[in-house]
Design a protein around this ligand. Structure first.
Ligand code: SAH
Length: 218
């Protein structure tokens, strides 16, 4: 066991007060949220507030999600240690770092080059060696490593991109914020052969997913 990263007290409080208190119960998810040093994924000066109950700016007009939302989406994915997960919207790399503790491998796609480079260096700093960062339009998925046992979309989409549904393994789960540019609902899709069962989990707000099967750039 290596020593925990600094600011452990703040992380433990974050998990107790913002995450467990709101009903996230998967012990593996809670352990990952206690372990991964969120402050290393937030650029200054906002790193001071890295354990606050809020999304924060990460540059290029993008944001790192609120810790509770990261925990909720991760729990809804039902991650298993044998899973191969695809994330769309690497952003800071924090969500990918959480997943990297819970599954076998993670591919995360990011459309903005400078953001992808930042995610790469943040993930290297926490030795998340089972994460691959790909630069490109994630609305097309990443067919090269498909199919995936789980797919997490961390940007707002008008509808779930067809290529992602096609790249989901049988019995796999996909979690995505679906709706307008200003407000979305968290949708969970579970694939059963050619049937896709859908559940909804409340309102969320994400930056837009921009690409061929998402929104157009404004
Ligand atoms: N998961 C991130 C937060 C995501 S913010 C984290 O843990 O920090 C949403 C990200 O999605 C932004 O970085 C944005 O540039 C990216 N994005 C938007 N459209 C995309 C697309 N079509 N493909 C890949 N990434 C996209």
């Amino acid at each position: 066991m290596t020593a925990p990263y600094p600011r452990l007290d703040e992380r433990l409080r974050m998990v107790d007060l913002q995450i467990a208190a709101r009903g996230i119960y998967d012990p593996r998810v809670l352990a990952a949220m206690r372990e991964v040093p969120r402050h290393l994924f937030v650029p200054p000066p906002y790193d001071r507030d890295a354990y606050a109950d809020a999304p924060l700016p990460i540059g290029s007009g993008q944001t790192i999600s609120q810790p509770y939302i990261v925990a909720l989406m991760t729990e809804l994915l039902h991650p298993k240690s044998s899973d191969k997960v695809l994330e769309i919207g690497a952003g800071s790399g924090y969500q990918a770092a959480i997943l990297s503790q819970l599954v076998r491998s993670v591919v995360t796609v990011e459309r903005i080059g400078t953001v992808a480079a930042q995610a790469r260096s943040n993930l290297a700093a926490v030795h998340a060696e089972n994460v691959e960062i790909v630069e490109g339009d994630g609305t097309l998925g990443y067919p090269h490593s498909a199919p995936y046992s789980g797919i997490l979309v961390t940007a707002a989409t008008p509808e779930i991109p067809d290529p992602l549904l096609a790249q989901l393994m049988d019995e796999g789960r996909l979690v995505a914020p679906v709706g307008s540019r200003s407000v979305q609902e968290l949708v969970v899709v579970e694939r059963h052969g050619s049937h896709y069962r859908e559940e909804r989990h409340g309102d969320v707000r994400f930056v837009p997913l921009i690409g061929e099967y998402g929104w157009r750039e404004e």
